[in-house]
Design a protein around this ligand. Structure first.
Ligand SMILES: NC(=O)C1=CN([C@@H]2O[C@H](COP(=O)(O)OP(=O)(O)OC[C@H]3O[C@@H](n4cnc5c(N)ncnc54)[C@H](O)[C@@H]3O)[C@@H](O)[C@H]2O)[C@H](O)CC1
Ligand SMILES: [K+]
Length: 512
């Protein structure tokens, strides 16, 4: 059983090494730690792939590298051998670290075959990957590169120790070539690569193996320096406005002003409205162009629809002159807006309400310059860009998959806004440099309209709380949205999660 508090930390290779060194300096022998860690991994492998009762054994190919990742793999090989598995080792390296060499000698003395060619392992039913861990420093070359490519094509389960060999521990980039794991046992603390979009297809199912690194050592190294956090379920749930106080009325549960839609993008308004409905917000007012009013009344009978004069092409022309922003606890704006309501966006930027901008509102903001206007706002601003919108907003922050965390942090610091950077692993950056990454999601959410649902949901949540708790609500919204997608995909496959269906899973996701 992992300690729950351990799940929140995210470390770089350098931080992991520093934590590990503190433990060694305090007296824990390196060999003892390796023994402990690898024994835990071996047990997990036995649980996942028990020896079949029908056959006498299961053949396991163990890929062994020159460092301590290879040492871990050799301990696993030895344990599986003693438990009755037929183990075959591939180790093409002539020079091993000392401890690793000791384990290799002992494995050989037990009669476990060790080969320098990968072909000897091609009939194995299962592979354990211990080629490289967080010590990988340069691109993998032949013959190991070819061996990795070959094992990947064999289609057998591959269980990686610590990280799939070939992935950079911090960026998740592939260095030369990488193991495509079916399952990865991340050792001790979550490494940054596990939250990087570009690593996801190599990781398979992921699991943290807690081996009792003392919290004091983790905190001594991470201390105030670690600004990268993993959103954990318990914390996300605690942000939900539940349970409601028993004696409460609708105006105490937040009033959201949701500004969205155009004749061209009608559905975006409906989806955002349904997202807001899911949030349980006390009151929902929706600003839309006139011609959407009837349709919205049909889909969202509970919403107060503020219909606005519209442009020739059906965008909102302007807000009603009598609109009073102080009646709302939050404003969310953007889905389906088109680029026309430029003045409207300027007007809400001038308001003193917490403001969430998405989609076209972000594209309009990009033309105004977020770094100039956002720091002048008296209330918090939240931006929810996908990578394309992000680059329009912050064109000089070149963002690619290997630096999205740093880019998100810079954008938040420079604009003073909370920046929710969408992607396979949504990252939420705060102006103070902290960044929160949502670890569990599903590709089912990569679909038109899913962002509109998030805007409504997040808007509805932030309207319900004190602006001081905003960052917690933003995390909760991102987590909740992903959980709804995960549940919907489980019941309906990843193809069955259109944005409307997603709105129908918001509440079931909480019940689950
Ligand atoms: N997390 C912990 O506290 C523990 C981790 N353990 C395991 O140890 C590895 C890290 O071990 P380390 O020896 O530092 O690194 P690696 O095994 O990843 O490999 C480094 C080794 O490989 C050489 N090298 C680097 N890049 C290449 C390359 N492209 N081609 C060839 N050789 C390369 C480098 O020079 C080194 O010699 C960690 O991941 C865990 O699995 C401990 O077992 C327990 C505690
Ligand atoms: K590995």
């Amino acid at each position: 059983m992992n300690r729950p508090e351990i799940e929140q930390f995210i470390v770089t290779a350098e931080q992991m090494r520093a934590i590990e060194n503190r433990v060694f300096d305090a007296g824990m022998p390196v060999a003892a730690l390796m023994e402990k860690v690898a024994t835990l991994v071996a047990r997990r492998i036995q649980a996942l792939y028990p020896l079949p009762k029908s056959a006498n054994t299961l053949s396991v190919g163990v890929l062994v590298g020159p460092g301590h990742n290879g040492g871990d793999a050799l301990v696993v090989a030895r344990e599986l051998h003693f438990r009755g598995y037929e183990v075959i080792i591939y180790c093409p390296f002539t020079k091993l670290k000392e401890l690793t060499q000791h384990h290799a000698n002992y494995a050989a003395s037990l009669g476990i075959p060790i080969y320098q060619e990968i072909d000897f392992l091609q009939n194995c039913a299962l592979f354990v990957d211990g080629l490289f861990g967080f010590g990988l420093e340069r691109a993998i070359k032949d013959p190991v590169a070819t061996a990795i490519a070959l094992v990947n094509t064999w289609g057998k389960p591959i269980l990686s120790i610590d990280i799939p060999s070939g992935l950079h521990t911090d960026t998740g980039a592939v260095l030369g070539t990488a193991i495509s794991a079916t399952h990865t046992f991340c050792l001790g603390l979550w490494k940054l690569a596990f939250l990087q979009d570009q690593a996801l297809e190599y990781l398979g199912q992921v699991e943290l193996v807690d081996f009792d690194l003392p919290l004091a050592d983790i905190e001594a190294v991470l201390g105030n320096f670690s600004k990268v956090h993993r959103i954990v379920t318990e914390q996300a749930k605690s942000g939900l406005p539940l349970p409601r106080p028993p004696a409460v009325h609708k105006y105490k549960l937040g009033h959201l002003l949701l500004i969205c839609g155009s004749r061209q993008y009608t559905g975006a308004a409906i989806l955002a409205g349904l997202g807001a409905r899911g949030s349980g917000v006390g009151m929902l007012s929706m600003v839309v162009p006139q011609s959407l009013k009837l349709l919205l009344n049909r889909h969202l009978p509970e919403a107060l629809v503020i219909d606005c004069p519209e442009t020739e092409s059906g965008a909102i022309a302007h807000l009603p002159p009598e609109i009073d922003f102080s009646a709302y606890q939050a404003i969310a704006c953007g889905p389906g807006l088109t680029m026309q309501p430029m003045l409207l966006v300027k007007q809400i930027l001038d308001s003193d309400r917490p403001l969430l901008l998405d989609a076209d509102a972000l594209n309009i903001l990009a033309q105004i310059d977020p770094r100039q206007i956002l720091p002048q706002r008296s209330a918090p601003t939240i931006l929810t860009p996908h990578p394309g919108e992000f680059l329009r907003l912050f064109p000089d922050l070149i963002m690619d998959l290997s630096n999205r965390i740093a880019a998100g942090q810079s954008a938040a610091q420079q604009s003073g806004a909370i920046v929710v950077l969408k992607g396979a692993r949504v990252a939420i950056a705060e102006p103070d440099g902290n960044i929160y990454i949502n670890p569990d999601s599903t590709p089912a959410l990569a679909r038109g309209g899913s962002g509109d649902v998030l805007t409504g949901l997040m808007g509805g949540l932030i309207a319900q709380v004190n602006p001081e708790n905003l960052i917690a609500q933003v995390q909760t919204a991102v987590w909740w949205h992903a959980q709804a997608g995960i549940l919907a995909a489980k019941e309906r496959t990843e193809l069955g999660v259109d944005a409307f269906t997603l709105t129908q899973y918001l509440i079931p996701a909480l019940q689950a």
